[in-house]
Ligand binder design. Structure first.
Ligand SMILES: C[S@@+](CC[C@H](N)C(=O)[O-])C[C@H]1O[C@@H](n2cnc3c(N)ncnc32)[C@H](O)[C@@H]1O
Length: 253
């Protein structure tokens, strides 16, 4: 019989912590299934990490940006921090930043606060989903405040930051987008996600980043399945990182 390895915090404490987190996760999943009965138990669970580090709590610069964009996005701390953390590292890279499906603009504005080189371009139909799929009907996530968003950007004095009312990637040829260094794709439907990816794929620079939102989120399985197919098809072109916070991050090789 192999002997137990000693844990730094003591084996009893760790066993208890593991036991409790497993139980909490199972109970939470039962409650989750009551609200979302169609979620497959075979491929889903409530994720509780062993890590507890929450860097956003002590990062004052992030918190000051967060306070300005919090009401302008559906994204949570970890997903926004991912943008903050990554955009810091590609500040000087040449190319444009695209936030596609920007809705109220919070992510694009955060990216603009961090950027020092190239345009930040925010796109939305500002009419909701034009390719209505299952749960994504036209009246869902419909934000019609284009002028309001333009005013917010002016108010924050963000230079080189532009908002476009477009059904992406239609009608964007005249915008002269040649090189993209970071792109956020948050358009929810299969058709728009796929068309957007293939537009961006041809323009993303080496070491550039594409971030898919809704990867692994219940109700948006078509995005997860599309990205899962890309993981096989595009492995020569990208490194794929699943961050388990509802995003899949692609790094251009
Ligand atoms: C879930 S919302 C985006 C949330 C937003 N990124 C945030 O940070 O809160 C999805 C948005 O995608 C937009 N959308 C869907 N398909 C689109 C397309 N092909 N082109 C531009 N916007 C699109 C919708 O109008 C909607 O505002």
């Amino acid at each position: 019989m192999t002997k137990d390895i000693k844990h730094v915090h003591g084996n009893t404490k760790i066993k208890l912590a593991k036991f409790l987190s497993k139980k909490f996760a199972s109970v939470l999943f039962i409650i989750f299934k009551i609200f979302f009965p169609k979620a497959k138990s075979s491929s889903n669970e409530i994720l509780i990490s062993r890590a507890t580090y929450a860097p956003w709590k002590i990062d004052h610069k992030f918190m000051s940006i967060f306070n300005r964009v919090n009401n302008l996005t559906l994204l949570d701390y970890p997903r926004l921090y991912t943008f903050y953390f990554l955009s810091k590292q590609i500040k000087k890279l040449k190319g444009d930043i695209l936030d596609i499906g920007c809705m109220k603009g919070g992510v694009g504005i955060l990216l603009s606060f961090m950027n020092t080189n190239g345009r930040v371009m925010l796109f939305d139909t500002f009419e909701g989903f034009l390719d209505k799929e299952n749960l994504h009907k036209n009246n869902i996530f419909k934000f019609e405040g284009l002028d309001e968003l333009k005013k917010t950007i002016r108010g924050y004095k963000l230079k080189n930051t532009f908002v476009y009312k477009k059904y992406f990637p239609n009608e964007v040829n005249n915008l002269r987008i040649r090189k993209i260094k970071l792109c956020h794709i948050d358009v929810n439907t299969y058709v728009s996600t796929k068309r957007t990816f293939y537009y961006v794929k041809n323009k993303i620079v080496r070491n550039g980043i594409i971030i898919f939102d809704d990867y692994g989120v219940h109700g948006v399985e078509k995005v997860t399945n599309f990205v899962n197919r890309l993981i096989k098809k595009e492995k020569e072109n990208f490194v794929f990182i699943q961050n388990y916070f509802g995003q899949c991050i692609l790094l251009k090789k």
